[in-house]
Design a protein around this ligand. Structure first.
Ligand code: ATP
Ligand code: MG
Length: 554
């Protein structure tokens, strides 16, 4: 196999293994989600790592559903996870289910019983906890520890058949109740559960625990490197114990640090809580860092992959700054987003010296960073809209946009000067009267006269109505979970809905899952849930510049 430059400590281990011919040079990883919720940015790190390694070393990566806990899992999540692994850019994968191996897990459990390495324990959950001891105190043997092989086999068989109530018996590995590692104090390997499994319905009444099923699944699938997050480091001795005692293939478990992103919650359970409390709409709320939320928000999968590669891989927990994620999004979008015009708070502008009824079409670049993207014709006429905030009656210092007597450039069009303004009966500005300089077509002047401001605009007769949703970070604090009340951490301005926005007609031609920059306003995409021809809806993915840097440095 050709050699590569390892870019992290896991790749270093893999390179070394390949060099010494371990696993005959094979590399086979897996991504093992539990189908009890939707994927989030933390999972993306694990997906990019596992699938990325398989790609780099010409190996395989299995998408394995860890569906051993029927009480919390559903087929709907399985389908969503498959879709989003593909969306993230990992097409080729083998799909497996831990539940495919239920028969084998059962067979291996019987082997342990026959080797006197497992027993049926009839203590209650409370008693088991009590007998386990603590970090500073050794545990005590269960009174059921010395049951005979035949008694254990009979009881275990009856557990399987559904003879007993949940919680009355468990199967435990017989290891060492005095081990300094609590995970080794006769861990539970099977529980009675009567919930219906999404694939096998009521066939099974007992379900294996993660520690037991995971290592065996890895062994069955001939995984070579089983990559998991740091909290499983203390479980590794158990992983190795099961496989040693069972004499199966023996994958190597390697741990890495979880992604911890500030201003974010990335735990399925906690995200579910936000949904249940009505703080966000659903798993695909564009403010959530779920893959479905990010897609709906307009985050390109490439930006997520770039982010995962730029945060690298470590063996120590640390916080990643949300701004890093946002920069990856901006970098990607800047290259691909089509430039379009939109006006969020429309203010009418009449160009007094522009002929009534005349319409001309100006050439506007689709993407100044990509010549191949071409141009589109942008309608210009006597009545326009600009954004309300681009005019000031009493301009403060450094306000370079439109004001009475001041000249600005209308992007791609002409220089205009404001000569007068009209107010409604409440004193609010309702219309601006301007004059344009016909010599400045395209946005430049022959006499090289400079204007300080360039603003966006739309021809009134050609603009289309749209709902514009301005999204921002969901939380206004770095560690939302540090708040007792999660409500206190919510950024109340994380969604501002503009019902009467205006967009350029071409923005309505953009297919779903494509990216737009509304000039000067930010990056946007069509909402993939609520958008309709009658009511176009655009979501702001992100502003053009980081507006949070200022806030946090204050
Ligand atoms: P959650 O707490 O959100 O339920 P989990 O780890 O329980 O996360 P699983 O579905 O069991 O979720 O995880 C599938 C894989 O994704 C695991 O290998 C897990 O280590 C990995 N993973 C989950 N969250 C992160 C994260 N924040 N950073 C890196 N990997 C993660
Ligand atoms: Mg989990």
């Amino acid at each position: 196999m050709e050699s590569h430059t390892p870019s992290n400590f896991i790749e270093q281990i893999i390179e070394q293994d390949i060099k010494i011919g371990k696993n005959k040079g094979r590399v086979h990883t897996r991504f093992p989600p539990e189908p009890n919720g939707h994927l989030h940015i933390g999972h993306a790190k694990s997906i990019c790592l596992n699938f990325g390694i398989a790609q780099k070393y010409n190996g395989y990566c299995n998408l394995r559903f860890d569906d051993t806990n029927p009480e919390k899992e559903s087929a709907e999540y399985v389908e969503a996870i498959k879709d989003y692994v593909r969306w993230l850019g990992f097409e080729r994968h083998m799909c497996c289910y831990a539940s495919d191996y239920f028969g084998q897990f059962y067979y291996y459990a019987i082997q342990l019983i026959e080797k006197k390495l497992a027993y049926v324990c009839s203590l209650s959950a409370e008693e088991i906890r009590h007998y386990r001891g603590t970090l500073t105190e050794a545990g005590t043997d269960s009174p059921y520890r010395e049951r005979s092989i035949s008694e254990n086999l009979t009881l275990f068989e009856k557990m399987r058949k559904g003879v007993y109530e949940k919680g009355t018996h468990v199967l435990r590995a017989k290891i060492d109740m005095k081990s300094p590692n609590l995970n080794m104090r006769d861990p539970i390997i099977y529980r009675i559960q009567n919930a219906e499994h999404s694939r096998f319905k009521k066939r099974w009444h007992i379900y294996p625990t993660y520690d037991f099923s995971h290592c065996i699944s890895d062994a069955i699938e001939r995984i070579t490197h089983s990559l998991c997050t740091l909290e499983f480091e203390d479980h590794r001795p158990l992983y190795d114990w099961f496989l040693d005692k069972l004499g199966t293939a023996h994958p190597q478990q390697i741990e890495f640090a979880r992604l911890q992103l500030n201003y974010t919650i990335s735990s399925k359970r906690k995200i579910k809580l936000l949904i249940d409390k009505g703080l966000v709409d659903d798993w695909d709320d564009p403010r959530l860092m779920t893959l479905s939320g990010m897609r709906r928000r307009g985050v390109p999968p490439k930006a997520i992959r770039d982010f995962c590669s730029c945060i690298g891989l470590t063996k120590k927990d640390s916080w990643i700054d949300f701004a890093l994620f946002e920069n990856c999004v901006r970098d990607t979008l800047n290259k691909v987003a089509l430039r379009r015009m939109a006006v969020v708070k429309p203010l009418k502008v009449i160009i007094l010296n522009y002929p009534e009824g005349k319409v001309e079409y100006l050439d506007a670049a689709n993407n100044p960073n990509d010549e191949k993207a071409g141009t589109r014709p942008l309608a210009f006429s006597r009545e326009l809209y600009i954004d309300y905030d681009d005019f000031s009656e009493d301009p403060p210092k450094k306000f370079f946009r439109l004001a009475r007597g001041r000249e600005v450039r209308l992007k791609y069009a002409y220089y205009i000067t404001c000569v007068d303004l009209v107010k409604d009966k409440n004193g609010k500005i309702s219309e601006l009267h301007c004059r344009y300089d016909p010599q400045t077509r395209g946005g430049g002047s022959a006499d090289q006269r400079k204007v300080k401001g360039t603003i966006h605009w739309l021809s009134a007769a050609h603009a289309k109505s749209a709902e514009i949703r301005l999204y921002d970070r969901l939380f206004n604090t770095e560690n939302p979970l540090a708040h007792q009340n999660i409500e206190d951490a919510i950024n109340l301005n994380s969604l501002i809905t503009i019902k009467d926005g205006l967009v350029e007609a071409d923005a309505l031609q953009t297919p779903h899952d494509s990216y737009i920059q509304f000039e000067r306003l930010g990056y946007f995409c069509a909402d993939n849930k609520d958008y309709s021809t009658e009511r176009p809806v655009f979501n702001r993915t992100i502003t053009l510049r980081d507006t949070w840097a200022k806030i946090s440095s204050k």
